[in-house]
Design a protein around this ligand. Structure first.
Ligand code: ADP
Ligand code: MG
Length: 253
């Protein structure tokens, strides 16, 4: 089967004038449809730079990037914007929702900016469907300030899904959430992944990476470890465990 992502010897050198920073130093990586990957590594190891490459936000200095078999490594700014809109979904640490805009309208945004012409009726239906997938159908008319952090991140995930992306990219998606909410959000990602959606996320938390199927570790711009997760955590099981612990604590109190 055609891999979703093929990176071939990707390098990225930032040239700031005075010094050159070799942030990514020869990454070769194949990602198949349905994978769920965590990228880990200490600060400065090149995770965000690699994610920016995967997200077509940035051009590699050298190397080839095939997305769904198409070489996207030499595309210009506008073409990359189209690819991002049509083929990629983004989830950020800080949710990045528009504050004066309802959950539903936030989810509709990527369709508004796309080249495909979609009627407002179809847009609304598609956005409602995505909110339903993340369990927020009844919050469609709420503004971000009326939602908890976990709910806001679920709106952001719905927004990332709305154009049926080939890959969902998430940079520290649980970084702003408490540990229980983080598990809930990992549960949403696991549910999407079970439906066949390919997910790549950056995290610095080992416990969060254990909800993924494959773990990469970066160091000094290189992938130094790449393993399948054998003892994968299942968010639903962990959430039930947390609820039991809470009930037990209440009984004792
Ligand atoms: P991580 O996300 O793992 O913390 P980054 O990809 O952000 O790592 O950074 C890798 C290296 O590249 C670091 O040394 C960082 O300082 C440098 N770097 C990142 N972005 C830029 C940039 N825009 N200009 C110059 N250097 C950068
Ligand atoms: Mg980073």
């Amino acid at each position: 089967m055609q891999p979703v992502v093929q990176l071939e010897d990707i390098h990225r050198v930032y040239d700031t004038g005075e010094i050159k920073v070799h942030a990514v130093r020869g990454v070769t990586l194949t990602i198949q449809k349905g994978e769920f990957i965590a990228i880990m590594g200490s600060s400065g190891s090149g995770k965000s730079t690699l994610m920016n490459t995967l997200g077509c936000l940035d051009q590699p200095t050298s190397g080839r990037y095939l997305l769904g078999g198409i070489d996207v490594s030499r595309l210009g700014r506008n073409q990359r914007a189209d690819i991002r809109n049509q083929k990629l979904g983004f989830v950020f640490q800080g949710f990045n929702l528009l504050s004066r805009t309802t959950a539903l309208e936030n989810v509709e945004l990527p369709m508004l900016y796309g080249r495909r012409r979609i009627s407002s009726h179809d847009m609304q239906e598609r956005a409602e469907h995505c909110l339903e997938i993340v369990g927020l159908a009844e919050r469609a008319d709420h503004f971000p300030s009326q939602l908890s952090g976990g709910q806001q991140q679920r709106v952001a995930i719905a927004r990332a899904l709305v154009n049926n992306p080939q890959v969902l990219l998430a940079d520290e998606p649980t970084g702003n959430l408490d540990s229980k909410t983080a598990v809930e959000v990992m549960g949403v990602f696991q549910k999407l992944n079970d439906q066949g959606i390919t997910i790549v996320m950056v995290t610095h938390e080992l416990d969060i990476a254990r909800y993924c199927r494959r773990n990469l570790i970066m160091r000094d711009g290189k992938v130094v470890s790449d393993v399948q997760v054998t003892d994968r955590l299942i968010a639903e099981t962990e959430m039930a465990r947390l609820r039991d612990a809470e009930s037990a604590a209440k009984l004792i109190a």
